[in-house]
Ligand binder design. Sequence first.
Ligand code: COA
Length: 161
Amino acid sequence: MSIAIYPGSFDPITSGHLDIVKRSCQLFDTVIVSVLNNSAKTPLFTVTERIDLIKKATADLSNCKVMHFDGLLVDFAEKQGATAVIKGLRTISDFEYEYQMAQLNKNLNANIETLFMVTNANYSYISSSVVKEIASLGGDFSDLVPSEIYEDVRQKIEKGR
Ligand code: COA
């Protein structure tokens, strides 16, 4: 059985992320969308909130699971029996960073492969930060997040204003 991990902060999940999840679900028996810690970031949404949003957005994908892990990505992947980690590439600058991460992770665990999937061009300019910024300034971000979570994101950001 082929298992892949799709890791990220998902603060919150965007339409670009969801596109990668859907395409990955067609390639692997199971895709685990994994909420992991990026030590360089302070998330707005709690882990539970981020997991709930991802679950809502992926409810119709029967081979998609959502989980959280506190440690190293490669340790989590091995624990879950995954052979691949999927990373979305939006731009050349993403590649430079992701290439370094892939080498680092390969060095930590040679059994886990990093696979790059090119982000749909419609979503290449989206990031979770952009969603939060537009939402906090009262702009329309309905195309940037899955429709199922739009209202939850709007309310959370409205509360924090
Ligand atoms: N569509 C839209 N946005 C996308 C996207 C896509 N396809 N792919 C990435 N993005 C956005 C993300 O939302 C994120 O936006 P933000 O910076 O505004 O939050 C940005 O692009 C960067 O994404 P990514 O590089 O995947 O970072 P991340 O913070 O989401 O995830 C982890 C990084 C959690 C996977 C990484 O820190 C990790 O593996 N942590 C575990 C600890 C570990 O193993 N460390 C060792 C490696 S150093």
